[in-house]
Design a protein around this ligand. Structure first.
Ligand code: NAD
Length: 290
């Protein structure tokens, strides 16, 4: 690593808090080293209070870009010069580019494109498909918007009547106004509608985080009749690698169950491409990190 650093090294940041646990610095630095690119990727502990100064420092120091994570994904929007159409619809940014270090900052969101690429790599296309989605937080919104932009026919979102329900309604309105996908939202407590939606769907995506600690023994589907061999079941959680949902689906005959590792890997790969113009060596990184 130190052998690569010199006066020409270009810097990419990651601005979030807490951040020390993140896999992103290792992922990006290893990919840069593998390709012999003269970049370094560093994590900066930045919250909302430091965000304006931190964004200005991207311009002042000529960083080539930065990843953005919580709690800054929405808060960063007013500080940018431009946002991609997908980021504008999601209302959040996880990647900022500073082309040629000239100080014009563009915000992108790669969570949704990462999820769609993860599906594609498993041979699953969303084009023309009906999809049932649980969860309307950060991950759910990015996945919903990108699936709609990529040509899903219909998206049925189910969310508990909690603080995220309104966000689900907003996402549905945006999808119906700006894409050709037909979106709807219903209360997850309506189990009859939930089961019917999955019966009508080719893909079920769980973006709630249920299945991850401390909810690792929980699963939003409890009726084995809901599972069928041709139902693709995708859980955005990647620790554990097989959540209770994925195990339940596999044991009840679903032929394709997909965890969140691919989404994690490809959201990074999409950001890497935006920063460097190069394809991340994803097989190498997958073997190294996952
Ligand atoms: P969030 O808090 O913004 O949203 C959580 C959503 O899940 C909300 O819609 C909420 O209503 C719903 N929810 C929460 N608990 C629930 C429960 N017990 N029953 C039913 N619904 C429930 O969270 P987020 O940032 O969207 O993250 C969600 C999950 O996605 C986390 O596990 C996170 O680790 C994972 N994630 C994975 C990737 C990846 O690259 N694979 C990327 C981002 C997030």
């Amino acid at each position: 690593m130190t052998e690569r650093l010199n006066g020409e090294t270009l810097l990419i940041g990651l601005m979030a808090t807490p951040i020390r646990h993140s896999l992103s610095p290792t992922m990006h630095n290893e990919a840069m080293a593998k390709l012999g690119l003269n970049y370094a990727y560093l994590a900066f502990e930045v919250g909302n209070e430091q965000l304006a100064d931190a964004v200005q420092s991207i311009r002042a120091l000529g960083l080539r870009g930065s990843n953005i994570s919580m709690p800054n994904k929405q808060a960063i929007l007013p500080y940018l010069d431009e946002v991609s159409p997908a980021a504008a619809l999601v209302g959040a940014v996880n990647t900022v580019t500073n082309k040629e270090g000239k100080g014009y900052l563009v915000g992108h969101i790669t969570d949704g494109t990462g999820a769609m690429r993860a599906l594609k790599e498993e041979g699953v296309s969303v084009i023309g498909e009906v999809i049932t989605l649980t969860g309307a937080g950060g991950a759910g919104t990015a996945v919903a918007i990108q699936a709609a932009l990529d040509g899903a026919k219909e998206l049925r979102i189910f969310n508990a009547k909690d603080s995220h329900y309104h966000n689900a309604e907003e996402t549905v309105n945006k999808i119906n106004q700006h894409t050709n996908c037909l979106a709807s939202v219903m209360d997850l407590a309506d189990q009859k509608a939930f089961k019917q939606a999955i019966a009508d769907s080719h893909i079920y995506i769980d973006a709630t985080g249920v299945g991850m600690k401390p909810l690792e023994s929980e699963c939003l589907i409890t009726d084995p009749d809901v599972i069928r061999p041709d139902l693709v079941v995708f859980d955005v959680v990647y620790i554990p690698k097989e959540t209770k949902l994925l195990k339940f689906a596999r044991e009840n005959g679903a032929e394709k169950t997909i965890n969140g590792l691919g989404m994690m890997l490809y959201q990074g790969a999409e950001a890497f491409k935006l920063f460097t113009g190069e394809e991340m060596p994803v097989d190498y990184i997958r073997d190294l990190l996952f």
